[in-house]
Design a protein around this ligand. Sequence first.
Ligand SMILES: C[S@@+](CC[C@H](N)C(=O)[O-])C[C@H]1O[C@@H](n2cnc3c(N)ncnc32)[C@H](O)[C@@H]1O
Length: 218
Amino acid sequence: MIMGGKFDKKYFDEEEFNSSDPWGFFTSEYEQRKYKRQIQVIRGMLKTEPEKFLEIGCAEGAHTKMLAEEFYNAKIVGIDISENAIKRARENIEVYKDRVKLINADILEYINKIPKNSFDVVIYSETIYYLGAKLPLTEMYDYLDKLVNTLKPEGMLVMANIINQPNAPETPLTRGSIMDAYYSMLSKLAEPIHKTKYNEFKKEENQTFEYQIWGFRK
Ligand SMILES: C[S@@+](CC[C@H](N)C(=O)[O-])C[C@H]1O[C@@H](n2cnc3c(N)ncnc32)[C@H](O)[C@@H]1O
């Protein structure tokens, strides 16, 4: 569990969120395109208009805001382990505060408070791999089982995940074989219905990154 300590609340609060939008979630074309693609996947998989969303790792609310604009009747619960990120998310989604509830918590604890069959859509973008530093595979499987159970019948889980992130604290967490293991476990728990791979240039870092978007239906 040595690495787990590194990706605790303090890491996200202090190292990554001590300035506004440190990852450029609101400004980066690369990030914004990734959010839009996830929304397109939801739209493509929809059978009925979703009423309730859960967004895990909502950070400062960039994706949350886009979801609130696109699904203008939906209620959204955003959760993030970083208090600083949630504070700024509250400011960023102020205009949608009647429909968007933001919670500062660790999803590993909060998942136990979510009743089964709660959400039409769970968005889990660029966040799952941090748990790879905390959970053995057996516990990861149990966690994913709980995650899928938060979905209503026919509900969907949509994810974006970087693969083999170069030169970053996330590098060992995002190895292709590890991401494949998450995909494989989720495919046993829900029906895999979408998988696309992208290689895209991110201007801000002058580098090309690989990421995948996945969709599952309960
Ligand atoms: C790389 S950012 C991704 C933000 C956004 N979802 C996106 O796709 O751009 C990861 C976010 O997950 C949050 N996070 C990491 N571990 C978490 C956990 N166990 N529970 C809740 N949030 C977590 C971090 O604080 C951070 O805001």
